[in-house]
Design a protein around this ligand. Sequence first.
Ligand SMILES: *[C@@H]1O[C@H](CO)[C@@H](O)[C@H](O)[C@H]1NC(C)=O
Ligand SMILES: *[C@@H]1O[C@H](CO)[C@@H](O)[C@H](O)[C@H]1NC(C)=O
Ligand SMILES: *[C@@H]1O[C@H](CO)[C@@H](O)[C@H](O)[C@H]1NC(C)=O
Ligand SMILES: *[C@@H]1O[C@H](CO)[C@@H](O)[C@H](O)[C@H]1NC(C)=O
Ligand SMILES: *[C@@H]1O[C@H](CO)[C@@H](O)[C@H](O)[C@H]1NC(C)=O
Length: 542
Amino acid sequence: MWCVAMVFMLFWEPGLQQFPRPCATRQALLAKECCPPWDGDGSACGASSGRGFCRDVVVPDAPDGTQYPFRGVDDRERWPLVFYNRTCQCMGNFMGFSCADCKFGYYGVNCLERRESLRRNVFHLTRTERMQLVSYLNLAKQTPSSDYVVATGTYREMENGSNPTFANVSVYDIFVWMHYYVSRDTLLGGAGNVWVDVDFAHWAPGFLPWHRVYLLQWEREIRKITGDDSFSIPFWDWRDARGCDVCTDQLMGEQNPRDPTLLSPGSVFSSWRSLCSQAQDYNARGVLCDARAEGPLRRNPGNHDHSRVPRLPTSAEVAFTLSLANYDTGAMDRTANMSFRNTMEGFGDPQTGLGSSTRMGMHAALHIFMNGSMSSVQGSANDPIFLLHHSFVDSLYEEWLRRHRPNPSQYPTSNAPIGHNGEYHMVPFLPLHTNREYFITSKELGYEYSRLLATSKYQLLSDSLRPYMEDLHAMWPWLLLASLCGAVAALGVPAAAVYIKRRVPAWPRLRKRLFLSPTFRETQPLLKRDKENKLRGYTAAM
Ligand SMILES: *[C@@H]1O[C@H](CO)[C@@H](O)[C@H](O)[C@H]1NC(C)=O
Ligand SMILES: *[C@@H]1O[C@H](CO)[C@@H](O)[C@H](O)[C@H]1NC(C)=O
Ligand SMILES: *[C@@H]1O[C@H](CO)[C@@H](O)[C@H](O)[C@H]1NC(C)=O
Ligand SMILES: *[C@@H]1O[C@H](CO)[C@@H](O)[C@H](O)[C@H]1NC(C)=O
Ligand SMILES: *[C@@H]1O[C@H](CO)[C@@H](O)[C@H](O)[C@H]1NC(C)=O
């Protein structure tokens, strides 16, 4: 039924049309303006309705860290100024590249309705909810994005905007591309001429806020195509896991018995094609990913280099990481000591907190453990495990925020590696978001984690029992029928006996013959006799 509804939603989706499609034109690029009209009133940024205004983009002057020694060579520097210097600035609770959407956590035409969504443990989802999760992800993978396109060339290759090169990809693949684009290496011109020590979303303080807004945006796009506003990305709590618990055909796919690096044909994900996963090839050719299909998802959990990742993170390591009071420290990169961010990300040792660890912990351990698409930063979002993994990482970030209650000013303003200062606009988001805006509790962004609710043991227990309750739920009409039949029989048999006793004059003799005969009393099982009388109906109904 909901499948039909989903197909309906697909066609019902307004024909708007990670670059906002209306801004991926020669005209918009030459004018450097990304202020599309809001469908509701046709005015740029919905200005006539007071939703927002087209404004000059202000980028901060705060100095970046010294890790990246260039200026003016990468389109992601001072985002989004290479492409646009005017974008929509939305008012009140409005958001989106044309102010058509609401801020996270707000709903309704005027974005005045506040609601909180709940991200739950993936193992507490019912069978129906698991099927729904897989179908929603697959729908996103098959549905062309109506709102966004992806850049397949640099600004220079686009001849400074006069020759735009963008590609259509699916809703899911917009996010794969974004993850590639934000973490790709800097092309310095010509084959093999790249700078690899740069990443606008990893290895530095923006790691947690960036992935937070990324998941929020992803969740929103899935809600749009399915029409299901209650959809939330579940999490995989991998603490102390011995292996890939979510690698079942009901969830993220089992291992293929014929080729352990592939997924089982019983999983829909075995038919998915990856994109933007060949970083070395692009670097060798000095080009960007062209967003074409590159082959199946690869995953071989546990068959990784054990000297880099001896085991999946333990509860004790998570507890140690959460105890680190400083969000980031020192150079705020992979060398940072006693930094919550660096240890959480996996480059700080989860037992000592020392940076530049030769062993990968926490977040990074999971990526390497999967030994496939997940194991390269740029291509990792191809594997849907990415979502369950990062939902859990974000829940740990949230746990840390609630425990240490940092003031937003504790997020670094300057000298973080490029892309990571507080006021830097996160690459490649349009609409614009800054890192500091997502250094706040998820409550303010309209979502919560089931594992962080101040729950009693009873509630946790009942949550984990939900999948079983669903099975019981599916059986209840039968249980009810059976107990009704039982009740009818229980009441009916004595009533019938009384009736017979009163109305059948020959009953005492009959009774003697039927039940009290020596053969019956000693040797005949009761039910055998039932075959002849009305109790038969009762047994047949069972
Ligand atoms: C924005 O870019 C356009 C086109 O290059 C230019 O004419 C304009 O002066 C720029 N505006 C600002 C505020 O830099
Ligand atoms: C693009 O702009 C750069 C810097 O402003 C300039 O050097 C270059 O010649 C321009 N390229 C084209 C194709 O207009
Ligand atoms: C992308 O899709 C749109 C709408 O279907 C179409 O008009 C456009 O030509 C496509 N662009 C490319 C580069 O394929
Ligand atoms: C998988 O693990 C093997 C063994 O350590 C390693 O050689 C290989 O590079 C890994 N592959 C990926 C994609 O991580
Ligand atoms: C981190 O601590 C180690 C061991 O004390 C020290 O050698 C290293 O210089 C420190 N790194 C930074 C970036 O402070």
